[in-house]
Design a protein around this ligand. Sequence first.
Ligand SMILES: O=C(O)CCC(=O)C(=O)O
Length: 301
Amino acid sequence: MLNQQQIDQYRHDGYLFPLPALSAAELAECNAGLARYEAWLGTPVNQADRRWRSAGYVVLPWLDALARHPRILDVVEDLIGPDILVYTATFFIKEAHSPTFAAWHQDATYFGLDPHEHVTAWVALSDASADAGCMEVVSSQGAPRQLHHAALGLEHSINGGGQAIVERFYEGDGEMMALPAGSFSLHHTLCRHRSAPNRAGHRRVGIGISYIPAHCRLTGSVRMCARLARGHDTGGHFDLIPTPEGEFHPAAVARHEQVYRAYRDNYYEQIAAHERAFAAAPHDGGEGLPAGSPSADQFSP
Ligand SMILES: O=C(O)CCC(=O)C(=O)O
């Protein structure tokens, strides 16, 4: 559970870390589960078809249990209330000495969730140091807002479409969210974040679990699926995903295809809606240089 100071900090900055999640035995169990998954796929997750990065809890009971881990949910409940859905979960893996990176972005850009209460718990299954390409975040200073993105198709981007913020913002106070294995960070859906390539000699493995309160709805036309993690589905805005019948069970694999298709269809619809919204009301260079800021080259992009 979080104390009031941590809750206030999250509300002000839009992120919070590090928080403990897994015991050594639980961490080993997750990593063994990941190894079985990659054996089943016949390839590392990030070389498999993109669908296998998303919503793994639909086919993997260990990941379903991770997404409903009480130590994570107790913290999430402090931020978004007792009725919690898993909107999606994504494997974010960078091989040792690999160029895989994430450009500055905000998750809200391609989720289309209203209100903006979605929070991601990024669970580290390996150490995620600055050297290994952990996430870097910029405080929202209590005033988060949606920034203009474009699908730049960036090579080696860990995010589909290579989405990146294309308007200027002040990034001078960026903070490295380094995490030891077994811990997690939280970031709000409008938190600006990015990550550098992995320069370490080990694989950096994280799973981003996206939680929403059950009253959140989608702004687009796609009816999506979600997994009830805690409490009640008070909103009824999603088709609920059942507990997987077993690891790689054919029924669960077939369900994963439906879940992924809906996720992908909504993603592309949201990207298009974002482009239309910013074409209609362009907003650029909104953040002035705060007094005492060292130089303009700390602006991105
Ligand atoms: O794992 C990374 O480096 C990026 C993760 C990310 O963009 C996210 O969790 O939203």
